[in-house]
Ligand binder design. Sequence first.
Ligand SMILES: [Co+2]
Length: 235
Amino acid sequence: MKTTRRRFLQTAATAAGAAATQELAHGQEQDPDHEHQAAPSDMTLRVKALESLLVEKGFVDPQALDAVVDTYENRLGPHIGARVIARAWSDPAFKQRLLADTDAAIEEMGFGGQQGQRMVAVENTPQVHNVIVCTLCSCYPWSVLGLPPMWYKSTAYRSRTVIDPRGVLQELGLELPERVEVRVWDSTADLRYIVLPERPPGTENLSEEELAALVSRDAMIGVAKAQPSREGGQA
Ligand SMILES: [Co+2]
C-alpha cells in the first residue's frame, strides 16, 4: 500500500519536476537566435526585478515582503487546520458552528480571515468520505493548511480525482469499503474546502492538543484518515 502511494506521488512530483527542468533548460538555451527568451522565461528573475524596483521607488518595504513570505512558508500550515479539527472533535457546539459557518468558526479560534475566499468544512462519516481537489489549478485552503503539496497541483491528481476518486484514493493508500459514498469537492478561487475527518476510535481520553497531533494534512484534504495514534500518522 505504502509503495503504491509513494509511486503515485513520485510520478506526480517527477512530472512537475520534469516540466520545471524543461523550462529551465529552455531559458538557458545558448542559441543566439533565442537569446531574447532567456531572461523573460525565468519567473524568479522577474519577481526579483519587480521587487527591487518597488523597493527602490519606495512603494514597498522589503521587511513587509519578508513578512508575507514568512507567513506562507512558516506560519500558515496544517498545524492550524489540525487545531480546528481537534476543537471540532472535542466540542460538539463548535463542530456545529464549523459546519454551519466555517469562516466564523475558524475566525473564532483566531485563524483565517486573510482574504475574501469562503471556507467550507465537509464532514466525513462512516457513510460518506469527502475529498478535495482543484480541477482548474491549485486552489487550496491555504489559510488553514499552508501551501499545497506538489502532488495536489499535479495534472494526474487534478484530472483523475473527479473521474475515479476511489481509484486515486486507493493508489494513495486509502481503501474505502464499497458502501462508503465518496464525494469530491472542486475548490475555486472563492470557495475552499477542508475535510473534517472522522475522529479515530480509542481517542476518547485525549486532550485537544493530543488530538491535533493525529490530524495530518492529507486527512484534511481527504486522501487519508486521521490516525488513531501519533506514530501511525503521516507527516
Ligand atoms: Co484553483
